[in-house]
Write a protein that binds this ligand. Structure first.
Ligand code: KG4
Ligand code: ZN
Length: 335
């Protein structure tokens, strides 16, 4: 089955063609980052309008890259939620219009299911069951994954998502949006022994997260340095490093706990923050000690993309699932 995947939940227009026998045929991404940068975050109305402009040309591009025509599409999968309602609507209506014209089956996919299955597109794909750490700009969740669609929420953030905390700390440091990669790059120059920030909610049992206090702690540290006239380039890098170390350690501690509690040996890490190099290195080392292993998507499939939606959609479409009408679900729990 050749599936066209469409992702428009936030600020990336993603399109891909996935063949259930041959694998990924082509994928293309248009990022709106430059459009939203001057506002310091995603402006929903601008996002919808830009998806409208870019989606059809991207579909043409992906078909051309794969050497195919519209008539070669066997089914369509699109992100139905969660996300920005207007942005989701663009993908949903385009997908349903195309499916109707081509008389092919169609399915609305859960964005976070796309993220958690993204490592399945890699040569060394994990087998079920596994624990998934989903870390994006909107979500921080630990999920026990027993099979396709068989998900149990183990823990989640009670306030900010990890990516959101990275983005807010980037703003405090006057770094451009989206801040995760920028904070990570600055942290590279930082000295990890200068400051030690708290590892929130690790001193008590449980698998929930909280990053809001850590964000405030970071702001206070920056203000104190400013008052002491000590906020030079090195101090900024040291703060970025202390913040990143605290987020990474917190995520690693909870992942270890989740694996212990569930008895799983495999951990999938997906969503934008899974691109973070320090997170990957620290997790790999911690898991190797207990004979467990982490699986990640390739770099460009950590953040939003069409390939993960085409893949997740293909699995469910092959199982016979269908959607009747374009119904965006801006709030849609995964489990
Ligand atoms: O999954 P994603 O593309 O979009 C959502 O579904 O939210 O994740 C975007 C988030 C942003 O908050 C971004 O700052 C963060 O992922 N991010 C990173 C890195 N790359 C992206 N955070 C930390 N380190 C990175 N290298
Ligand atoms: Zn995402």
């Amino acid at each position: 089955m050749r599936v066209l995947g469409i992702e428009t939940s936030c600020d990336e227009t993603g399109v891909a063609l996935y063949d259930s026998e041959q694998g990924l045929l082509a994928d293309a991404l248009y990022s709106q980052i430059a459009l939203h940068a001057e506002f310091g975050g995603v402006v929903p109305e601008l996002a919808s309008r830009d998806h409208t402009r870019k989606l059809l040309p991207l579909i043409d591009q992906v078909l051309a890259d794969a050497g195919l025509i519209k008539g070669d599409i066997d089914a369509i999968a699109y992100t139905a939620g969660p996300g920005l309602v207007g942005a989701l609507m663009v993908g949903a209506c385009t997908a349903h219009g195309m499916a109707r014209a081509l008389a092919v089956p169609i399915l609305g996919v859960h964005h976070m299911e796309g993220h958690l299955l993204a490592p399945m597109l890699e040569p060394e794909a994990p087998d079920f069951p596994f624990v998934a750490l989903l870390v994006s700009g909107g979500h921080t969740q630990l999920v026990d994954v027993r099979g396709l669609g068989d998900y149990r929420l183990l823990g989640e953030s009670v306030d900010d998502a990890a990516g959101e905390a990275f983005d807010k700390v980037a703003k405090m440091l006057d770094l451009p949006y989206p801040g995760g990669p920028q904070v990570a790059a600055l942290a590279e120059q930082g000295d990890s022994s200068r400051f030690r920030f708290p590892r929130p909610m690790t001193d008590r049992p449980g698998l929930d997260f909280s990053f809001s206090g850590l964000k405030t702690h970071t702001l206070t540290a920056l203000r104190t340095l400013e008052q002491q006239a000590a906020l030079d380039a090195q101090a900024r890098a040291d703060v970025a490093r202390a913040f990143e170390d605290a987020v990474v350690d917190t995520l690693v501690i909870k992942c270890r706990r989740a694996l212990e509690a569930s008895g799983r040996q495999r951990l999938v890490v997906a969503g934008g923050v899974s691109a973070n190099r320090r997170l990957r290195a620290t997790l790999d080392a911690a898991l190797a000690k207990r004979g467990a292993r982490a699986y990640y998507p390739r770099g460009r499939f950590c953040t939003d993309n069409g390939a993960m939606i085409a893949y997740a959609g293909a699995q469910r479409l092959l199982a016979g699932q269908r959607s009747d009408t374009p119904q965006p679900r801006p709030r849609w729990p995964l489990a």
